[in-house]
Design a protein around this ligand. Structure first.
Ligand code: NAP
Length: 285
């Protein structure tokens, strides 16, 4: 038996259709178009590509996507001031900060300056705190896409053994909270984990986001495992994830490919978060 390969592009397409309908209704209800601004510093090619994909998706569902672009040498103070202005601008319904930022600008300072109501990425400490306390409002986009894939496959998380290989603020830490909020039993692994296989093998659900090609091989997973590969690594042969896809596909129950798995769902989940921030601007949350 080979694993069911999850088609992230198809899931994203379904999501965009639902989001389009919801945006249409919200425009009528609030008599305005959702208007989102991305702050971008410098000219990172990967960021430019990601922005183009997100703009296209916004356009498809009827969300207006603006960019506020700064040169690489802009001061932190200037970027912070622009965030303060956007926070109080009634016509801005959501703000994103495109990463990476140059070294002289603190990512944490910018994220902390965001009005939590308008924080599309769900990374402001207020939103992370709400997620941790089980009062989820805007949840970080990549963890949200992992949950969305599991929901799409109708996986009941209660009592499931989940293993996450990543303990970053962006992926692993919020994911732990989201799985615990759904009564799963969660283990989190990282570079200091002594015997990775001893954790990953029994897992019902394995989420990996290490950024290490072929970290997860066929002897790391069992026959029923749902393997979700968040890793995105650029190699000379193209993009790959953490999972040795061809060998793991032969043993796992379900698997997401890279590319075409988590990535497209992440873009669609950013649109879902834009809807949340848009609503937050009109309904006190
Ligand atoms: N699909 C998407 O939409 C999406 C979104 C965001 C990120 N990503 C991808 O996900 C990956 C992680 O992103 P990130 O920002 O979270 O990166 P990060 O901050 O570098 O986190 C990587 C995590 O993996 C752990 N790790 C690294 N090598 C390991 C190993 N050999 N064994 C066990 N654990 C290991 C690290 O542990 P230590 O901290 O202890 O070193 C860390 O917790 C990257 O490939 C990134 O491109 C994808």
């Amino acid at each position: 038996m080979t694993a069911k390969v999850i088609d992230g592009r198809k899931i994203a397409e379904e999501l965009r259709k639902e989001i389009s309908k919801e945006v249409e209704q919200l425009k009528l209800r609030y008599q305005t178009t959702p208007n989102i601004t991305t702050i971008k510093v410098g000219n990172d090619p990967a960021s430019n590509l990601y922005l183009r994909l997100r703009d296209k998706a916004c356009d498809e569902v009827g969300i207006k996507s603006n960019h506020l672009e700064f040169l690489e040498n802009v001061s932190e103070k200037e970027v912070l001031e622009s965030i303060i202005k956007l926070n109080s601008d009634k016509n801005t319904h959501g703000i994103l900060i495109q990463l990476p930022l140059p070294n002289h600008i603190s990512q944490d300072k910018l994220i902390n300056a965001l009005d939590p109501k308008k924080d599309v990425e769900g990374l402001n400490p207020h939103n992370i705190g709400r997620t941790l306390l089980g009062d989820e409002n805007i949840i970080p986009i990549t963890p949200f896409s992992v949950l969305t894939i599991l929901e799409h496959e109708k996986i009941d998380l209660e009592g499931k053994d989940v293993v996450i290989v990543n303990h970053s603020n962006l992926v692993g830490k919020p994911l732990v909270a989201l799985f615990l909020n759904r009564n799963a039993t969660v283990s989190i692994c990282h570079v200091f984990t002594k015997n990775l296989k001893s954790y990953t093998f029994p897992a019902d659900i394995l989420v990996t986001a290490a950024g290490v090609p072929a970290l997860i091989k066929n002897n790391h997973v069992n026959n029923n495992a749902f393997v979700i590969d968040v890793g995105i690594i650029k190699t000379k042969d193209g993009i790959c994830g953490d999972v040795d896809f061809e060998s793991v596909k032969k043993v796992a129950g379900k698997i997401t490919p890279v590319p075409g798995g988590v990535g497209p769902v992440t873009v669609a989940c950013s649109l879902k978060n834009m809807i949340k921030t848009f609503k937050n601007c009109f309904e006190e949350k």
